[in-house]
Design a protein around this ligand. Structure first.
Ligand code: GLA
Length: 393
């Protein structure tokens, strides 16, 4: 089986072979959903703001066949582990094991009266785990695609993204925003996705042919990401709660201007104020970068990325030594328009916008210079914008 839209054929072969080995030869169906790289708009989604993610060629794969006994029989290639779960016994919260992401989506379907049958399913993928490329949202959306197909339910990508977020918030217990599931479900080939996280309106933004988006995996993984994420979210909520007194139209940091922040600074905790000083300007960058890409103004797009990184490093304080170093080396290359960390932070990946005809030498030079200083399994790879979750035929 091949997929011209960027999924590695070797991955598809491995997952379907494992399915035959575990669950027999009757032909299965394959659902895939991409990971994403966020181009700009970091830590803005849970502030009702704007984001500009792009789905990438690395994906989660769910090879499946419906069962008629309301049982999920799941096998994960990455862990070489099989798990059996009764659909009618799923209750939230359900933990954060690999199978919780599948079970959580089944639970979210049921919580909204969507009836899907049990499945035999092999779960596989090549989105690196914990690297800021949304491996969990990809698995949720591939699961949703599989359950919707197995249950003969309409595929409504927006609704499915919301169900994936519900699964992650309530079943897995990770308080993420809506960006990752949206990027994985709704994206269009050739385009990044400008998303207004309040209205859920989207605008596909073409990525110019003369630009390449390069993902730069630092090789660093940080376990404190979950607690620090919740801590940053809480800081934003405290600022909103304070500002609401006297400014009743403020419902989220989305509604706050820098002028209002400065005017009210005495009433705010200094660290919380610093966090808000990142979010407020960062929230204007996705629309600006979308317009810059649309106008093929790659210099401006790159500058916005640099500004975003400095703000995440100095004000939101979610970068780390490895992310700072790899983005610094990237910016030193004449072929690079701009670079920034991507995703929640504290490790994982950064992203650079690079002249398309210089991508290979950019990747080689940056990797060599980074590895000379940091001994981690780093990797750089160019990504083209891929479509959202789909069934392969
Ligand atoms: C994680 C979350 C997203 C978003 C980013 C930060 O990827 O899942 O919802 O908040 O962090 O921009």
């Amino acid at each position: 089986m091949t997929d011209s839209l960027g999924i590695d054929p070797a991955l598809l072969e491995r997952a379907t072979a494992r399915f035959a080995e575990r669950f027999g030869d009757a032909p299965p169906t394959v659902a895939v959903a991409p990971g994403r790289v966020n181009l700009i708009g970091e830590h803005t989604d849970y502030n009702d703001g704007f984001v500009l993610p792009m789905a990438i060629g690395r994906a989660a794969v769910v090879v499946f066949r419906p069962r008629n006994d309301r049982t999920l029989r799941l096998h994960a290639v990455a862990f070489d582990e099989t798990k059996e779960l009764a659909l009618d016994a799923l209750t939230a919260p359900g933990g954060d094991e690999w199978y919780s992401y599948v079970a959580g989506v089944a639970w979210a379907f049921a919580s909204e009266g969507l009836v899907a049958p049990g499945l035999d399913a092999v779960v596989d993928g090549d989105v690196p785990l914990g690297a800021g490329l949304s491996s969990s949202a990809a698995l949720e959306m591939a699961t949703a695609r599989a359950l919707a197909a197995a249950g003969d339910l309409e595929w409504d990508p927006v609704r499915m993204a919301l169900l994936g977020q519900k699964a992650e918030n309530q079943y897995v217990g990770m308080n993420c925003g809506i960006m990752d599931q949206f990027a994985s479900a709704v994206s269009r080939a050739g385009h990044a996705l400008l998303l207004d996280c309040r209205s859920l309106e989207t605008r596909p933004v073409p990525v110019p042919d003369d630009a390449e988006v390069v993902v730069m995996d630092t090789g660093a993984r940080r376990s404190l990401a979950g607690s620090a994420y919740n801590d940053r979210r809480a800081a934003c909520e405290r600022v909103v709660a304070r500002l609401q007194k006297g400014n009743p139209s403020v419902k989220a940091l989305r509604d706050v201007t820098l002028e209002l922040l400065e005017r009210e600074q005495e009433r705010l905790d200094p660290v919380d104020l610093k966090r808000a000083r990142h979010v407020v300007p960062e929230n204007t960058r996705p629309v600006q970068m979308a317009d810059a890409l649309q106008a093929s103004n790659l210099e401006e797009a790159g500058e916005l990325m640099n500004d975003s990184h400095f703000s995440l490093r100095d004000l939101y304080e979610v970068s780390c030594e490895e992310l700072d170093l790899i983005t610094e080396i990237a910016r030193e290359q004449p072929s690079c328009f701009g670079a920034r960390m991507t995703g929640a932070g504290f490790g994982g990946c950064a992203v650079a916008l690079v002249k398309a005809d210089a991508t290979d030498s950019f990747c080689d030079t940056v990797l060599t210079a980074y590895k000379a200083k940091i001994d981690l399994p780093a990797a750089l790879y160019p990504c083209r914008p891929m479509p959202g979750a789909r069934l392969l035929v």
